[in-house]
Ligand binder design. Structure first.
Ligand SMILES: NC(=O)C1=CN([C@@H]2O[C@H](COP(=O)(O)OP(=O)(O)OC[C@H]3O[C@@H](n4cnc5c(N)ncnc54)[C@H](O)[C@@H]3O)[C@@H](O)[C@H]2O)C=CC1
Ligand SMILES: NCC(=O)COP(=O)(O)O
Length: 380
């Protein structure tokens, strides 16, 4: 059973100026790095954009974003005890500054059970579920404009009896939407070009991928992506690259027939319906990411990049995203009635409590949530 120590979420949130984006932050699995990356991210608000001279130069990248300049308020959903324990444990040996929980707005959610750093279990799964569930309730009630989630462990959720593939599915179910998607967004620090990758299928076993991929699913994902590119990123006439399924995109049917039999026809149909959207034909997956890698690294080659990429399955899309942008890509759920972002990594149980977790992707997730929430506020 969990207890909401602060039951005045509404009054807390509503006391903030309505012109500022109201961001709910969940701490994720308390056995992982969630509390650390949240405290490190919020500490960047206390910097003036200038780096301390004695900080390691490799940290420049991490601190590149100064959240202080953002028009937003932040409320953490999680157990205050775990935030305080992380602060006490790491304050003297963290590689980056930490925000002091005493000065943070926290909706204190206390759950039962023993939780040890580095080991996800039933209690940590129940806790991370309770934090997200409470944040969703408050957001659906209109108290927040966006939720930024720290990572949870899917197996810990399962041990706690929560049979969702991930946070995305809970967010969608609670929001009563069927049409949603997992879009990874990363802005290149070299060229400012933005890599956007939507996964057509997500957390399913590889052997189920070809059964789940259908022309209807592809057309649904393309439409979801088109709407998000327009609504969230202001791109009216997008160029979208579509990955093939089989090696060499099937090699004219010799290495698989999905491309010939239904993927290419589905692309043709979508083109007819949306002449303003430029779609590629199915691109052989092994070479699909060469041009985005050039656009990511070389300022003179950004024209090679598409506005978005549709990957057919989880690792086809996320291996290139994480190779290029593990430190800054943001997982965004599109199709929800509110903004949701998350870092691109997991709970990192192996480094929990060591003070070395990189908050860069979380900082980007917070910054993107504020940006998208403010865009929606302006549009409404
Ligand atoms: N958004 C979410 O909630 C996500 C949750 N997960 C969950 O996380 C758990 C662990 O998954 P893994 O596959 O091990 O992926 P992981 O991302 O947690 O860890 C992979 C490797 O990257 C390192 N790493 C991850 N984040 C880091 C950071 N911020 N700074 C420095 N190093 C970092 C870890 O130490 C580890 O060596 C699983 O239970 C999975 O369900 C995984 C991905 C996303
Ligand atoms: N690999 C991405 C991932 O696991 C994100 O899951 P979630 O945001 O749905 O929890």
């Amino acid at each position: 059973m969990n207890t909401l120590r602060n039951s005045h979420i509404s009054s807390v949130a509503k006391s903030h100026s309505s012109s500022r984006a109201r961001i709910a932050l969940t701490i994720g699995d308390p056995a992982g790095i969630g509390t650390e990356i949240i405290l490190k991210s919020l500490a960047t608000r206390h910097l003036d954009g200038a780096l301390e001279p004695n900080l390691d130069a490799s940290l420049d990248r991490t601190l590149a974003r100064n959240l202080r300049g953002l028009e937003a308020t932040f409320t953490i959903f999680g157990d205050r005890r775990y935030l305080q324990e992380t602060y006490n444990l790491l304050i003297n040996h963290s590689n980056l500054p930490l925000a002091d929980p005493e000065y943070l707005e926290i909706v204190d959610i206390c759950t039962e059970g023993d939780i040890a750093l580095g080991i996800g279990n039933r209690a940590s799964g129940a806790a991370s579920f309770a934090y997200l569930d409470a944040a969703i309730t408050a957001t659906l009630a209109g108290d927040f404009d966006a939720i930024v989630t720290a990572p949870i462990s899917k197996s810990a959720w399962k041990q706690a009896g929560h049979h969702y593939a991930g946070q995305t599915e809970l967010l969608a179910e609670r929001s009563q939407v069927d049409d949603f998607g997992m879009l990874f967004v990363g802005k290149s620090p070299h060229t400012d070009w933005v890599l956007r990758t939507l996964l057509a299928t997500v957390h399913i076993p590889l052997q189920e991928v070809t059964q789940r991929l259908t022309p209807e699913l592809i057309e649904q994902k393309l439409e979801l992506l088109r709407r998000s590119l327009w609504r969230d990123f202001g791109i009216a006439n997008p160029r979208i690259a579509i990955a093939g399924i089989n090696p060499h995109s099937g090699e004219q049917g010799q290495l698989g027939r999905e491309e010939l039999e239904w993927l290419q026809p589905a692309i043709e149909r979508y083109r007819q319906q949306h002449p303003n959207v430029q779609l590629s034909n199915p691109i052989p997956p092994d070479t699909m990411w060469l041009n985005p890698a050039k656009a990511w690294h070389d300022r003179d080659r950004t024209d090679l990049g598409y506005d978005a990429y549709l990957a057919m399955y989880h690792d086809q899309g996320l291996i290139p995203v994480k190779l290029l942008a593990f430190d800054r890509a943001v997982n965004t759920t599109i199709g929800l009635p509110f903004v949701r972002t998350s870092p691109d990594h997991g709970t990192a149980f192996d480094i929990a409590g060591k003070g070395i977790a990189d908050p860069a992707s979380t900082i980007e997730a917070i910054a993107l949530a504020v940006e998208l929430a403010n865009i929606r506020k302006l549009a409404s």
